[in-house]
Design a binder for this molecule. Structure first.
Ligand code: UD1
Length: 423
C-alpha cells in the first residue's frame, strides 16, 4: 500500500492546474443511462472514484472508452440493459447510489445495493427514496438492496426535500427528465455540481429551470439525446490547494480555480490574513505576513462553508494565532483527522460536532493514518509546514479524490513523494 512522505519546508511558489470536479463527474456519468446516444465528458479528473463509477456503469451494460490519458470519457448506453447495481462495486463508493434515478427512469425498475463510501457518518438514503416514491416508485429494502419498480413509469410530482441533500437532488433531477409531466423540487441543493449536471442534461435536451436556486422545475421529455460536456473545475481541490501556501507560506496561482464557487471559504481566509485575488487564468493565494489569524467556521450547505473543506481548514488553524472553533453540521463523525493532527502536536478538543483548536507555533512531523478522503489531504497540508518528516499511511483514500497530489504540490516546491511498498 502506498504512503506519502512529506518533509516540512519553506514557502511554496508557482502554479497548480485544477482538475475537473470529482463530485460533478460522478453525477454526470450516470446521466449516460438516460439516453441511447453517446454522452462525452471532457475535463474529467483521473481518480479511482471515477474508475469505480466506470466499472459500475459498464456492469450495467454501458460502453465507456477513455481518451486523452483519461481526461475524456466517451460513454454510450444504447445496449445498457442490466438494472442491477451490485454490492461489490457499490460498497466502494456512496456516489454509486446516483444510478438509482437514471435506472428507474430508463427501465421502470432498478435494484441498487445500499452504498458504502467514506466512514463519515450514517449517510442514509431516505430522502432519495421518499422523493422517488412521490414520483410513483415502489421501493423496498431486501437483502441489502433497494428494489424499486414503477407501474407505467415515473410521474412528475411536487417534492419538498426534508433536507437539501446533494445526492438526492441529483438523483431526482435525473429521474424527472424522463418522467411524465412536471416535477417541482423544493428545498433542493444548490451546489455548483448540480448546476453542472443540469447544464449537461440541458445539452441532452432536458427541460429544466431553477438550478442553483432552492426550487428546480423539470418538465419531463420523451427522450434525451447525446451531448458533449466539459466537467466544471473542482472547487474542493481548489480550496485544498489554496490552503497550501496559506500553511507553508509563499504564493501560488491555481489555474482554472474559480473564486465565485468558494465565496464563504474565501471570506474565512480573508479573516485569517490570507489574500486571494482573481487572475486571468484562475486565482492567486498569498499569506499576508506572519502567523495566520484564528477564525470560527461552521459547515453548511452551499453557499455556506463546505464540509469537504473542513478538515483542510482545521490543518491551517492548528498553527493559527489564537483559538478557533469549528462546527460540523453536515456529517456526524467528521473529525477523524483531529487525533492524527494531535499526533503532530496540534491542540484540538473535540466535543460532539464541535472542535476547538488552540493554535501552536509549529507542528511536528509524525507517522499518521488517513481515515477518509478529505482527512488524508488535511494531513498532507499540515505536514507541509511541520518540523521534520511526516509519513501519511493508507493513501488509497487520497487517490479517490485527488489527482496526482504529489506531482501538483511538488511542482510548487513542496518536498513530497509517494513511496510504494514495492519500491
Ligand atoms: C455529496 C458529496 C460529498 C459532500 C456532501 C455534502 C458527492 C459524490 N459527494 O455527498 O463530498 O460532503 O455532498 O456537501 O457529490 N442524508 C440523509 N438522507 C439521505 C441523504 C442524505 O439523512 O437520503 C444526510 C447525510 O447523512 C448527510 C447529509 O444528509 O448527513 C448530507 O448528505 P448529502 O447532501 O446527500 O451528501 P452526498 O450527496 O452523499
Amino acid at each position: 500500500m502506498d504512503r506519502i512522505v512529506v518533509q516540512g519546508n519553506g514557502p511554496l511558489s508557482g502554479e497548480i492546474a485544477i482538475s475537473g470536479a470529482k463530485n460533478a463527474c460522478l453525477a454526470l456519468m450516470p446521466a449516460t443511462l438516460l439516453s441511447e446516444e453517446p454522452l462525452t465528458l471532457t475535463n474529467a479528473p483521473r481518480l479511482s472514484d471515477i474508475r469505480t463509477m466506470t466499472t459500475l456503469l459498464e456492469s450495467l451494460g454501458a460502453e465507456i472508452s477513455t481518451m486523452q490519458d483519461g481526461k475524456v470519457l466517451a460513454m454510450s448506453s444504447h445496449a445498457a440493459e442490466n438494472h442491477v447495481a451490485d454490492y461489490d462495486i457499490v460498497r466502494k463508493m456512496r456516489a454509486s447510489n446516483l444510478v438509482l434515478g437514471p435506472l428507474l427512469a430508463r427501465h421502470g425498475h432498478a435494484v441498487v445495493s445500499l452504498p458504502g463510501g467514506c466512514a463519515i457518518g450514517a449517510r442514509p438514503m431516505d430522502i432519495h427514496i421518499d422523493a422517488l416514491e412521490q414520483m410513483g416508485a415502489e421501493i423496498e429494502l431486501r437483502d441489502g438492496y433497494l428494489h424499486a419498480t414503477t407501474k407505467g413509469g415515473l410521474k412528475g410530482a411536487e417534492i419538498p426535500l426534508r433536507f437539501a441533500s446533494v445526492g438526492a437532488t441529483e438523483n431526482i433531477v435525473m429521474a424527472a427528465t424522463l418522467a411524465k409531466g412536471t416535477t417541482v423540487l423544493s428545498n433542493a441543493a444548490r451546489e455548483p455540481e448540480i448546476v453542472d449536471l443540469v447544464e449537461c442534461l440541458r445539452r441532452m435536451g432536458a427541460q429544466i429551470e431553477g438550478e442553483g436556486t432552492d426550487t428546480i422545475t423539470i418538465q419531463g421529455v420523451d427522450r434525451l439525446s447525446g451531448a458533449t460536456h466539459p466537467v466544471v473545475a473542482d472547487r474542493i481541490e481548489t480550496g485544498t490547494f489554496m490552503l497550501a501556501p496559506a500553511i507553508a507560506g509563499g504564493e501560488v496561482e491555481l489555474i482554472g480555480g474559480r473564486i465565485n464557487l468558494l465565496g464563504a471559504f474565501c471570506e474565512k481566509l480573508d479573516a485569517c490574513e490570507i489574500d486571494v485575488t482573481e487572475t486571468e487564468k484562475g486565482l492567486r493565494v498569498k499569506r499576508r505576513n506572519g502567523r495566520v489569524g484564528a477564525v470560527d467556521v461552521v459547515t453548511e450547505i452551499f453557499p455556506g462553508f463546505p464540509t469537504d473543506l473542513q478538515a483542510q481548514m482545521m490543518a491551517l488553524l492548528c498553527t493559527a494565532d489564537g483559538v478557533s472553533v469549528l462546527e460540523e453540521k453536515i456529517f456526524e463523525n467528521r473529525f477523524m483527522h483531529a487525533p492524527e493532527l494531535i499526533r503532530m502536536g496540534a491542540q484540538i478538543d473535540v466535543q460532539g460536532g464541535i472542535a476547538t483548536v488552540t493554535g501552536v507555533e509549529r507542528l511536528r512531523g509524525a507517522p499518521v493514518m488517513a481515515t477518509d478522503l478529505r482527512a488524508s489531504v488535511s494531513l498532507i497540508l499540515a505536514a507541509l509546514a511541520a518540523e521534520g518528516e511526516t509519513v501519511i499511511n493508507r493513501v488509497y483514500h487520497l487517490d479517490r479524490g485527488y489527482e496526482r497530489v504529489e506531482e501538483k504540490l511538488g511542482a510548487v516546491g513542496a518536498k513530497i513523494e509517494r513511496v510504494s511498498d514495492n519500491d
